[in-house]
Design a protein around this ligand. Structure first.
Ligand SMILES: Cc1ncc(C[n+]2csc(CCOP(=O)(O)OP(=O)(O)O)c2C)c(N)n1
Length: 557
């Protein structure tokens, strides 16, 4: 076994594992980073540990391979905060945090805190690595945990507040297991009997709907979702996490159900007599807190984790397995049928009625600019292979209602709920898929969280394009504060959700990026094209309407 420092070993392990970037705030991983001078790994020095974790998360979601981030002991809680979204979104992030030296424990060491428990609730696995000799097996275990089953974030707390075990030397064997370098690590097949049973129920249904979830995207099961739907004429919905799996113009596509949803999609799910969930946990967002479809609606669930199957809706049959593998078996087991023609026609009418209803705002010339027009213009100029990284809240609602893309090659990722995630996540994503144009969509409230990382993108030459709806407010909070005041007028209610007028285009220029401010909706498309062509970090600031509110989830009365 070769003798080397822990730092050299870690760098060699990262290189062998195909890691393309490490996102960090010093002081952590110092020796591994120093060892990377001649390795094809980007060292992305960030301004805050949470931003670093979000970058690693965006990286991981963009390419399905673990994203690496790190922060020393005093930054560990900041780093941990950034793992929440990776946990909620099943993203394989591996975090390295500083720990404590045994000789300094319980003596009031400078910056000391017991950080390990903080990671407990925010990770899939949380390990302490106390001696250099454990690096080989603990790194392998971190990759195994991050990529297998339902993927998720892992924390490795290294000995010493800035991971001093990397200075120690030992005989360390470099073994990297290819299986765990990429999600999904395995593609388990469901048992054939449950496939036959599921096929029977799906063929017997008169008003079935397929809902593809984030697991379908992780499994790359988009083509199989479409094949099953086409074979049996079943309308398809996607969760936000699977938004890009079905092109907007597919005749069976009915949109996104749940809380951040389209009216037509919720309408269809209220009428469904069977819902086929592919890679979905049937969580609160996609079901609007288990109201869409109504409780008791039978569901066939296909998923890698048996504990998700049947949890929220009764399953006459469940397929425990990888989404792609299970769908292939299901496609082979079902027989072609034209029995759903009336139902398909009914759902198409719901979709057309919804589209007709939003056309006026999609085409609005109003200034300040309507968000519907913002998204329409962006959708019209997106390159075929674009990756869109969306923030949460209003931005996610506008995106999945109004960002229509008729390409099978584009991709879409959105945080699982943490405002401010998208901007750093897009920077990380671009490191993972440099060949794709990466476009971040966000509100100004989201962008403020980590705007300083624009300097990081400029310095490290990571050219993402951010299109921000700048309404100088957290205007998704409009209804919340109207309700909090019981609808009574107050001159001071803006104090809770208004910001001052700041231009992000000017901020971008000040940090060395490209900034374009757009006040005329017709200029959005040309501005995005200019920003993409510039091939440097850019912000297109769309001056948005503070009064514009997204429709709320539709529910049957
Ligand atoms: C970490 C975190 N804090 C708070 C929220 C609650 N939240 C969701 S959307 C939103 C406002 C979004 O504002 P902005 O990004 O400016 O978009 P706008 O609503 O103005 O379109 C807030 C505060 C959240 N989702 N995540």
């Amino acid at each position: 076994m070769p003798n080397m420092t822990g730092g050299r070993f870690m760098a060699k392990f990262f290189e062998a594992a195909g890691v393309k970037a490490v996102f960090f705030v010093p002081t952590i991983l110092s020796r591994p980073l120093a060892e990377m001078d001649d390795m094809p790994i980007k060292r992305v020095l960030c301004h805050a540990e949470k931003g670093a974790a979000y970058m690693a998360d965006g990286y991981a979601r963009a390419c399905g391979r673990p994203g690496i981030c790190g922060g020393q002991a005093v930054g560990a809680a900041n780093l941990a905060a950034g793992l929440r979204d990776a946990l909620l979104g099943n993203s394989p992030v591996i975090a390295f945090s500083g720990g404590r030296m045994s000789s300094q424990k319980h003596k009031g060491a400078y910056q000391e805190n017991d950080d390990l428990p903080i990671f407990e609730q925010l990770t899939k696995a949380n390990f302490q690595v106390d001696e250099v000799g454990r690096l080989p097996d603990m790194l392998r275990q971190a990759w195994r945990e991050a990529t297998s089953g339902n993927p998720g974030p892992v924390n490795l707390q290294l000995f010493g507040n800035h991971g001093q075990l990397e200075d120690d030397t030992a005989d360390l064997d470099l073994l990297v297991e290819d299986t765990y370098l990429q999600v999904p690590a395995f593609r388990p097949a469901p048992d054939p009997e449950s496939v036959r049973e599921a096929a029977k129920h799906i063929m017997a249904a008169r008003r079935p709907v397929i809902v593809a979830g984030g697991g379908a995207r992780l499994s790359d099961a988009g083509p199989e979702v479409i094949e099953l739907a086409e074979k049996l004429s079943i309308p398809i919905a996607t969760s936000l996490a699977a938004y890009a799996l079905v092109p907007e113009d597919h005749p069976l596509y009915i949109g996104v159900p749940g809380t951040y949803s389209r009216e037509c999609t919720n309408r269809a799910l209220f009428e469904a007599d069977l819902v086929v969930y592919v890679g979905s946990k049937t969580g609160g967002q996609v079901t609007h807190f288990w109201q869409v479809p109504p409780p008791g609606t039978p569901a066939i669930q296909i998923g890698i984790d048996p504990s998700d199957l049947g949890r929220n809706y009764p399953n006459p049959a469940s397929l425990a397995g990888d989404a792609k593998t299970s769908l292939k078996m299901l496609i082979a087991a079902v027989e072609r049928s034209g029995g759903n023609a009336e139902w398909v026609d009914q759902t198409r009418k719901m979709v057309s009625a919804w589209r007709d209803g939003i056309m006026e705002l999609r085409n609005s010339d109003a200034r300040p600019i309507r968000p519907e027009r913002w998204m329409k213009e962006l959708g019209d100029v997106l390159p075929d292979n674009a990756l869109v990284v969306s923030d949460t809240g209003h931005t996610a609602m506008w995106a999945m209602q109004q960002l229509w893309v008729n390409s099978a090659n584009w991709d879409f990722i959105r945080c699982a709920g943490s405002l401010g995630w998208a901007f750093p996540a897009a920077i990380g994503a671009k490191c993972a898929v440099p060949e794709r144009p990466v476009i971040c969509v966000t509100g100004d409230g989201g962008l403020w969280y980590h705007i300083q990382e624009l300097e990081t993108a400029v310095r490290c030459n990571i050219p993402t394009v951010t299109v921000v709806n700048n309404n100088n407010a957290l205007n998704q909070e409009y209804n919340i504060f109207t309700a909090a005041y019981d609808g009574k007028p107050s001159k001071k209610w803006g104090e809770m959700w208004h910001f001052s007028q700041v231009s992000f285009a000017k901020l971008a220029e000040a940090m060395g990026g490209l900034g374009i401010r757009v006040e005329d909706p017709a200029e959005i498309g040309p501005a995005v094209k200019t920003a993409l062509a510039a091939n440097r970090p850019a912000i297109v600031e769309v001056v948005g309407d503070i009064e514009a509110l997204s429709p709320r989830a539709w529910l049957k009365k």
